[in-house]
Design a protein around this ligand. Structure first.
Ligand code: NAD
Length: 362
């Protein structure tokens, strides 16, 4: 699940993935590579974010798109939304200037339009609601999360934070028999678009907060506004706490970090938190509860579909997110207990069950 893989051949990447298709386009004007991975259209046409970043190789970018698209299939299914899983990755050269980047996004939009609805995009790491406005110039109507000024529902990250908050409460209920967060110690890794509003929700609920981020201005803001304790980015793993909430990077639960953790549970927004499937067993051996990422971080996806497709009100959508994450997570924990299986495996079972019974999807 790491974002950097050992040199993998294209053949091995295709053999090792059970998804439906990959659209690959070289953007000659910038040297970027656009990858659209469609993992499953079983529940509906595919949707997913657009990740823009620099990768060590095109193979690494393809692998990231594949894994993220698979995660979207499970995320939509677990959230009972009638959408298939997909993801776009745009692997850019370093130091791409802003005007060239916007033109690249317009060409990416044209490609999405050409696909005629097979894949609809939203924002992800490296893109914003403003970028969705640019992509929609050529890609509409297959673009979610434009700014409200341009008719979209805007940045879904605060809604994602509401889902993570609900996941943390549900996990505390499992651990302590109460979802009251007063006095609970929570460590948040990454105080960006999700982590920051999450800190506010946790603070309002009376939690004791610690955070770490490579962006020193962001943590200083959190300290000044909320009195959050700030530690060095790498120190977050070593802090004794109830909940460790990863809201920054993929693959942060691995053979090096898990032995360091001093938490009772992990519940955060980052996608693909487990570096390998075995890492959930490492967590279990240490009796650390793992709240599966694609359940906990489904709030943003639910928000965009609720607001832009299903016509739900803001409040109804936010309420639905909190309930959806809580109920799905409870089901996952119950199945994990009942069958003695890891929570990540139980979450995949729940999602697969929903994929096999599509009539239950919204
Ligand atoms: P973001 O880019 O706004 O925030 C990420 C933060 O992590 C930044 O402040 C960054 O400086 C920090 N960071 C980077 N490297 C770090 C490190 N080594 N240690 C500590 N902090 C580090 O991203 P976001 O939108 O808040 O998303 C966070 C995670 O949640 C990502 O993995 C994303 O894929 C996932 N996610 C986000 C949403 C959403 O709605 N935004 C939805 C689902 C999943």
């Amino acid at each position: 699940m790491g974002e950097h893989s050992d040199a993998l051949s294209l053949d091995a990447l295709l053999q090792g993935w059970d998804g439906e298709e990959i659209v690959l386009r070289r953007d000659h004007a910038t040297g970027a590579t656009i990858i659209i991975a469609v993992h499953s259209t079983r529940l509906g046409l595919a949707g997913g974010g657009t990740r823009v970043k620099t990768y060590p190789s095109v193979e690494d970018a393809i692998r990231d798109a594949q894994r993220l698209a698979e995660g979207m299939t499970y995320k939509f299914a677990a959230a009972q939304l009638a959408r298939g899983g997909g993801k776009a990755v745009i692997a850019i050269p370093p130091n791409l200037d802003a005007a060239a980047r916007d033109d690249l996004l317009r060409r990416y939009g044209a490609l999405i339009h050409q696909l005629g609805g097979l894949f609809s995009c939203g924002a992800d790491v490296g893109t914003s609601d403003r970028d969705m406005d640019v992509i929609a110039e050529t890609g509409a109507p297959y673009v979610f999360g434009r700014t409200p000024e341009n008719g979209g529902a805007g940045d879904p990250s605060p809604a994602t934070a509401i889902g993570v908050f609900s996941g943390i409460k549900t996990t505390c209920e499992r651990l302590f028999g109460s979802d009251d967060l007063a006095g609970r110690r929570v460590v948040v890794q990454g105080v960006g678009k999700v982590g920051y509003p999450l800190l506010r929700l946790l603070r309002d609920a009376g939690a004791e907060l610690t955070c770490g981020d490579v962006d020193t201005a962001a943590v200083e803001r959190a300290r000044a506004e909320m009195g959050v304790t700030v530690v060095a980015p790498d120190a977050v793993y070593d802090i004794e706490c109830d909940i460790f909430s990863p809201c920054a990077l993929s693959a942060i639960l691995n053979s090096e970090t898990i032995p360091r953790l001093r938490c009772r549970a992990v519940a955060g927004s980052a996608n693909n938190q487990l570096a390998t499937p075995e890492d959930v067993d490492r967590l279990r051996a240490r009796e650390i509860v793992y709240a599966p990422d694609f359940v906990v971080n489904s709030g943003g996806a639910i928000y965009l579909i609720g607001r832009e497709v299903l016509g739900w009100s803001e409040q109804a959508t936010l309420d639905h997110i909190a309930t959806s994450v809580r109920e799905t997570l409870k089901q996952v924990y119950a199945l994990s207990d009942e069958q003695g299986i890891a929570t990540s495996v139980a979450a995949e079972h729940v999602a697969r069950q929903r994929i096999d019974n599509p009539s239950e999807q919204a």
